[in-house]
Structures are given as C-alpha cells and as structure tokens.
Design a protein around this ligand. Structure first.
Ligand SMILES: O=C([C@H](O)CO)[C@H](O)[C@H](O)COP(=O)(O)O
Length: 208
C-alpha cells in the first residue's frame, strides 16, 4: 500500500519543512486544495521540481472547465489531478483526455457519492483511479474513512483505489490486505509535532 501525504492548511515553508522530514516514508505527495488556492500553480511547480522522484497529486478538486484546469496543473508538473465525481461527464471526459495527452492521470474524488451507479458511470468513462473520501467537515460528526466505503467500487476491475479521511496510525492497519492501494494521510502527520516520526510509524503500520 502506498502512502500519499496530504499537505493541507499549511504555509509554503511548512510544506517544505514537513516534506524534508517525511519524504523517506511516503510515496505520493498531495498538494492540498487550500495550499493551491493560496499559492497557485507556483507551489505545484516548486514541489514537483524539488521531488522529481515522487508522484505529485494536485488536489485541484476540479468540477468544471476540466481541460483548462488539468492543463494548468499538468504543465506545472503534477502527475495526477483530482476531479470531483459530481462534475459533468464532459468535465470528466475532458480531464481524462488532457491526462492522456500529457501522459498523466486523474483521480476521481468520490466525496459525497452514495450511488454506486454514478461510480459505474465514471468507470465507463474511463476512470481507473478513485478516491473514497470522508471530508474534513464530515469528520466533525465522528465519521472516518473505513471499509463501509468499499461497496462503492466493488467489482470494478483494473482500478486503483485511494482512501482519505482521518487516517492515522490507529486506523491504517485495518486497510492492509484490502482493496485499498493508496492511503491518503493528512492531519495525522502534518498536525503532529514530529511529522517525520509520525510518517515513519504510519509507514510501518501500513506494511502488508
Ligand atoms: O482532501 C482532503 C480534504 O478534503 C481537505 O482538502 C484531505 O487531504 C484528506 O481528507 C486527508 O486529510 P486528513 O483527513 O486530515 O487525513
């Protein structure tokens, strides 16, 4: 299982200092939506250039004007961009097409999706990387990402599955030997006073 570190609600300096401490223990780097809103494509470019060996996910949360937003992030160096599942099919299709042109990928964020048929429709459009997601604000009600979300992608072949939403050292081992390929971890690392140590522990607990 890969670990994707989500850099959310951080300054540019904090992003780089956390990456310096954690990069040995993570596989994919996610530049969070709020960080992108603060610093734009500049920070996507900077992080992509500084961590050439890592897969960089720009959490664009694109929901319209897909081709343009995909082009922006891919040209800045992102390897993967996120697109919201509720976006129009044209948006999904155009981001997929842009990804193919750049030799990159899209990850469809299933935040808020409860209807399996919508996931099947996205799969039919060619989506092969999905993110099961319990959002930050939903977490305030006690919900955390867990196996109850798996039903959304059951039976889909040749896909990769990421999961996000409050994953920590206490919950990551439950994802082992499951359909999850990528565990997205944010606050449990970035909110820890020792992010390097926190990422090392999470890496250990994630080993299959
Ligand atoms: O995508 C995320 C969220 O919507 C904020 O933009 C987070 O990156 C994701 O939920 C992981 O963060 P944690 O829940 O803090 O682990």
């Amino acid at each position: 299982m890969k670990i994707q570190l989500a850099l959310d609600r951080l300054t540019r300096e904090e992003c780089f200092s956390i990456l310096e401490e954690t990069s040995d223990y993570i596989d994919w780097i996610e530049i969070g939506t709020g960080v992108i809103k603060e610093y734009g494509m500049g920070i996507v470019r900077e992080i992509s250039e500084a961590y050439l060996q890592k897969t960089v996910v720009a959490d664009m949360k694109t929901c319209d004007a897909g081709r343009h937003e995909a082009k922006q992030a891919f040209e800045a160096g992102a390897d993967i961009i996120t697109v919201m599942a509720f976006a129009h099919n044209n948006t999904v299709a155009e981001t997929l097409e842009a990804a193919r042109q750049y030799g990159k990928r899209i990850m469809v964020d299933l935040l808020g999706v409860t209807d399996v048929m919508r996931v099947k429709e996205l799969y039919g459009l060619g989506v092969d990387l999905f993110c099961l997601h319990v959002g930050k604000d939903m977490q305030q009600e006690g919900a955390l990402a867990d196996s109850s979300l798996y039903r959304l992608i059951e039976g889909l072949e040749n896909i990769e599955v990421a999961i996000a939403g409050g994953i920590s050292d206490k919950t990551i081992s439950a994802l082992k030997n499951s359909i999850v390929d990528i565990a997205i971890v944010g606050s449990a690392i970035t909110g820890n006073s020792q992010p390097g140590k926190a990422s090392r522990v999470i890496r250990e607990f994630s080993k299959v």
